[in-house]
Write a protein that binds this ligand. Structure first.
Ligand code: GLC
Length: 691
């Protein structure tokens, strides 16, 4: 049951795929709250036991109570608990109490969600632009069984999951990557040449570690120009791609949002000629600074410009490339050109003068430091959209979505039935139909393993199923144990990519001492692949979540409602990774009797039944431990230890993990080619697993 309320005349975000009529009256259970000028506020009372889930990419807990969250897509690499906003805006949450309901604020601009920050018992939503609000209540008829799927036995849907399922039907089917997009991948900013890429592929092969993809960061481009290759460092990218493809390895280049200002650079010249870049109030392309220095932003909110920018990917597609990551598309701005010039002038005023007191020094340093991602810039350029000229500041949160959409729409033309790998840093709900996301520039911190885990269910609720964090950590130096522990969570995340920044210590698995531990943990990914893929595709097609908080399946278990470091993974499993330095293991809470599965590599699997309650679970680095729920089964690829990548994984021979007392059916996704869109729905086979 969904009711839609309109506030003002919002920008059409195209987040939803169903056009609902607007309801009249007030959007209960929200009440109007006292707004400041230029704002709209809605509030509601939270009772002590209410839990608030959702909001997608945000810091802090799975239960969002106790903090204020902001939707304003921002390139900020310091992911502390107090980070003002992250890369994506996902304005959907569920209040889970006596009468659970979901709320989606479809608003292209700035918002805040004060979830008990100002007043612990109040939830206040503030919007700075017009918006549509969708209120979703559990659909009585479907409260306990999903009737959309032909899955038998139908997974039981509790009210919260039913709200999520209705929301997902409203926003459309989640993106499904090609099969190889689920393989383990290595990335780093700083692979400076073809030689570096070959060294990585060789390093993994020599260490007998699997590898499905190597990512190309901005280093491959000629002076960071989109849709170019630096021929002095990558003289034959097409040849390199073919060579890697023959080894079962995909190359995945980055594409940045901003286009370098440079005479003679065709992408820039063509975009200027056609009027496809964002413009200032006088209609002149607005110049900002990103990696290539002075740059302009493709107006991806303009349908023609979007089509034009998307066609730029052809340059790389024609080389045989099948996957991309879109970056800097909040859009991240290091400076606005005009403001930079003013700041430079002002710094000159300090020359030869006494700086005064320390305040003078901060003012001086702020002149340059304060230029980054500034509202003054975001409010100074415009988009030419189907509903007229719109100031960027009013629709800021849509930019990453529409950039990614531009690529996906072009892929659809380029090869209509083919699935390409595509994910983005910035996003908004709606983009989940076109690609996945990675959660940006985290750090090699233990706390970021937990942050990675906590965001998974919130992102899944908002439609983002293809998600992952930079495993091992992006900023700062990683350590062997941190990487091993993080990978032991990463084996479950659809995007499994090890990525780090320029100048950090080498982070490829083969660089570390305990090779056996790395071989073990990586091979688990390939072993569980038949399960991961079957669950992922089913969740995408049926609007369900791959990762759920425990409380979604055990709503009346008080302890389960508070668990913040364990998740249900697919229909059959519960995961509980180790995330503390020097820990020998961790405490786990079992809401019911479960089977502990320990994998020391794909071939060494041991099982043990544990009773409901609290346990200390010892886990060695390199070992992966998880739980099988009662009545459930999980297919494993029997020969995964031999797999060099997904292409070489023998999926025909399965072994079944089972915790059943009677024969049970599992719906296995047998998607042989792993590329096609059309055949996916028909690729499920029912397998009866004997007790
Ligand atoms: C951004 C991305 C990061 C990438 C870097 C250089 O910080 O988030 O993943 O490595 O840019 O392109």
């Amino acid at each position: 049951m969904i009711a839609k309320y309109r506030f003002g005349s919002p920008f059409p975000t195209e987040a939803t795929v169903v056009d609902l009529p607007c309801a009249q009256g007030s959007p209960a259970p929200f009440c109007a709250a006292e707004p400041e000028e230029g704002e709209r506020r809605l509030g509601l009372h939270l009772s002590a036991e209410d839990i608030v889930y959702g909001l997608g990419e945000q810091p802090r807990g799975i239960n969002k109570r106790g903090w204020i969250y902001r939707s304003w897509n921002t390139d900020d690499p310091i992911h502390t608990e107090g980070i003002p906003a992250m890369y994506g805006s996902h304005n959907f949450f569920v209040v889970c109490g006596e009468k659970p309901f979901g709320a989606f604020f479809d608003c292209a601009g700035r918002m805040t969600f004060d979830v008990g920050y100002t007043d612990p018992e109040e939830l206040t939503v503030t919007a700075y632009e017009d918006f549509d609000l969708y209120i979703i209540r559990p659909d009585g008829a479907r409260e306990t069984a999903e009737n959309q799927s032909d899955r038998t036995p139908a997974p039981v849907l509790f009210p919260v999951e039913d709200i999520v399922r209705q929301f997902r039907a409203l926003i459309g089917q989640s993106y499904i990557p090609p099969k190889w997009g689920f393989g383990y991948a290595q990335s780093r900013w700083g692979y400076a040449s073809e030689g570096d890429i070959c060294e990585v592929a060789d390093g993994y092969a020599e260490a007998e570690l699997p590898l499905d993809a190597v990512y190309l960061d901005i280093d491959y481009m000629e002076r960071y120009k989109d849709f170019t290759v630096d021929l002095s460092r990558y003289p034959d990218l097409k040849g390199l791609n073919a060579e890697m493809a023959a080894r079962g390895i995909h190359l995945v280049p980055i594409v940045d949002a901003a286009v370098k200002v440079e005479d003679g650079y065709p992408v820039y010249e063509e975009g200027v000629e056609k009027g496809y870049f964002c413009k200032d109030a006088e209609g002149i392309p607005y110049v900002v600074g990103v990696w290539p220095g002075d740059s302009v932003l493709p107006d991806v909110l303009n349908a023609d410009a979007r089509e034009w920018f998307g066609s730029g990917y052809k340059f790389l597609l024609d080389m045989g490339i099948e996957g991309f990551w879109n970056d800097m598309n909040e859009p991240a701005l290091f400076y606005g050109k005009k403001r930079l010039e003013t700041a430079i002038e002002k710094t000159g005023e300090y020359k030869g003068k006494n700086i005064g007191d320390i305040g003078g020094f901060w003012k001086l340093s702020g002149l340059i430091g304060g230029l980054k991602n500034s509202d003054e810039d975001y409010n100074a350029f415009y988009h030419d959209t189907a509903v007229g000229r719109v100031c960027h500041g009013e629709v800021h949160n849509l930019y990453g979505y529409y950039m990614t959409r531009s690529a996906a729409e072009y892929f659809e033309k380029y090869a209509p039935d083919k699935r390409f790998l595509l994910f983005s840093r910035s996003s908004y709900i709606g983009m989940h139909r076109y690609g996945g996301i990675w959660t940006g520039d985290n750090c090699s911190w233990w706390s970021h393993i937990l942050l990675n885990l906590k965001m998974l269910p919130s992102l899944n609720m908002c439609g983002f199923l293809y998600v992952g964090a930079d495993l091992g950590g992006f900023g700062e130096n990683t350590t062997e144990d941190l990487l091993l522990r993080w990978l032991a969570l990463g084996v479950f995340t659809p995007l499994m990519r090890n990525h780090t920044t320029l100048g950090t210590r080498n982070q490829e698995c083969y660089r570390f001492k305990n090779r056996k531990a790395f071989a073990d943990v990586l091979s688990v990914r390939y072993a569980i692949f038949p399960y991961l893929y079957s669950e992922y595709v089913a969740c995408a097609l049926e609007g369900r979540m791959l990762f759920r908080p425990l409380s979604f399946a055990y709503p009346s278990d008080k302890r389960a409602r508070g668990v913040e470091d364990q998740l249900l993974f697919g229909d059959s499993a519960m995961i509980a990774p180790v995330y503390e330095q020097n820990a020998k293991g961790r405490y786990v809470y079992l809401p019911e009797r479960m089977k502990l599965v320990r994998m020391r590599g794909a071939a060494d699997v041991s099982e043990e039944i544990w009773e409901a309650g609290d346990h200390f679970m010892e886990v060695e680095p390199g070992e992966v431990a998880f739980f099988l729920r009662p009545g459930k089964v999980m297919p494993l690829a029997a020969d995964a230890a031999k797999a060099k990548n997904l292409a070489s994984l023998d999926e025909s021979k399965l072994v079944w993990l089972k915790f059943i007392s009677e024969d049970t059916e599992y719906r296995l996704c047998r998607d042989e080619d792993g590329y096609r869109k059309s055949s996916l729905k028909d690729s499920f086979v029912r397998v009866v697993v004997k007790a």
